[in-house]
Write a protein that binds this ligand. Structure first.
Ligand code: SAH
Length: 376
């Protein structure tokens, strides 16, 4: 419920309080977590006028979320992996909470005051219902700054290690649970990693914005002839190097620490499988124009390095740049580079990242696998 839709607040609700929402006519619309500093003034947990027991509801939602990631259905939907997103905020009816599972360790991000108040309940459910041995919370700077959520690095239970070893299909990765980006790994790119592995044989692969080498490792496993991984973060590249070493002939992978926008602009090497996966360039609506210019620039120069008949995967991970705009930006890059693009497949977050139809903003990742026409 957006701030503009709230006419007044009865009584004195504290940040994170479980509140009842009424329509102007007086009917109860539902219940949610109050967030006075947020433009999302109430994060809805339940619709309708039936009174609800907040803690029972949250426990039930957590159990349902865990059940979705377990058993035959999960295996069919997610494939073989021991690293999954256990809770995907609104997509699991639990706004303000994301939890990723890496083996027997859970890493949580708490981004609303309401969920911060229910931390102990979430921890208990992770231990009792999900059977996790260790759990920690990672600070979310945005939630702390924008909404005053008391978000911090904390151990919830067990003795969480600083690194986890995960296995996704045959790919093995080390995840930095304490210092890594997000909760340590981009679980949302699992399907795209599968695509890269399946396509990599004999190819020269560019992994632009590689982070810890999620795609570079997939390419190596898939039999790439050579891989170049570019990122500006030294710790990310150090881990990418370790990850490559665990998955094959790491001598085939070159690691470049650089500003990827500048690197790709002056690149002379040619590639026939390219991955462009920048960080969220538009965190707010006002950033969209600048973000799309930056994005187009990276895509344009990547296309200039593409061999005839190359394949490329382009990703955007901001819901402010939706699929339509994303296609337009790529089209612009394609015209400027004189490299026609044909979309072969759309890619997005896998089913452990469900999106609720009443919360379309939950769909943030847009990906396109394209065939690159023309010649450099
Ligand atoms: N492809 C990665 C995820 C990329 S996240 C994966 O699948 O795991 C975005 C990455 O871009 C981060 O690792 C961040 O360090 C890097 N980054 C951000 N700005 C950058 C820049 N200007 N140049 C190069 N890398 C940058």
């Amino acid at each position: 419920m957006l701030s503009g839709a709230v006419a007044h607040v009865e009584g004195s609700a504290a940040p994170g309080a479980f509140v009842r929402v009424r329509a102007a006519e007086g009917d109860v619309l539902g219940y949610g977590h109050y967030a006075p500093q947020s433009s999302l003034r109430v994060r809805m947990l339940a619709f309708g006028k039936e009174p609800v027991d907040e803690r029972a509801l949250v426990r039930e939602r957590l159990r349902a979320a865990f059940a979705l990631r377990r058993g035959a259905e999960a295996r069919a939907l997610l494939g073989a992996t021991d690293a999954v997103r256990l809770v995907n905020a609104e997509g699991d009816g639990l706004p303000g909470l994301a939890v990723d599972r890496y083996g027997d360790v859970a890493v949580a991000k708490v981004t609303s005051a309401g969920m911060a108040r229910l931390r102990d309940d979430v921890a208990l459910a992770l231990r009792e219902d999900a059977g996790v041995a260790h759990a920690l919370e990672r600070r979310d700077a945005l939630a702390a700054r924008r909404e005053g959520v008391d978000s911090d690095d904390r151990t919830w239970f067990g003795a969480p290690p600083s690194r986890a070893e995960i296995r996704e299909r045959e790919r093995r990765y080390t995840v930095d649970l304490r210092e890594g980006q997000k909760t340590g790994f981009y679980l949302d790119q699992r399907d795209a990693r599968d695509a890269v592995e399946a396509l990599a044989r004999g190819r020269r692969v560019l992994d632009l914005f590689s982070y810890t080498g999620g795609f570079a490792v997939a390419a190596l496993r898939g039999g790439a002839e050579r891989v170049v991984a570019v990122d500006s973060s030294e710790p990310a590249l150090a881990l990418a190097r370790e990850n490559a070493e665990r998955n094959g002939d790491a001598a085939r992978v070159a690691f470049e620490r650089a500003d990827a926008f500048e690197w790709v602009r002056s690149a002379r090497e040619r590639f026939d499988l390219l991955v462009v996966d920048p960080p969220p360039l538009a965190r707010a609506q006002r950033d969209v124009a600048r973000a799309t210019r930056a994005y187009k620039d990276a895509a344009l120069h990547a296309l200039r390095c593409a061999d005839p008949g190359a394949l490329a995967l382009f990703f955007g991970c901001s819901h402010h740049v939706g699929p339509e705009l994303f296609r337009k930006v790529l089209f612009g890059a394609s015209l400027d580079a004189r490299r026609p693009l044909a979309v072969l497949r759309e890619l997005g977050a896998p089913p452990d990242h469900p999106v609720s139809l009443d919360h379309p903003e939950g769909r943030y990742l847009t990906g396109l696998l394209v065939r690159v026409g023309g010649r450099p």
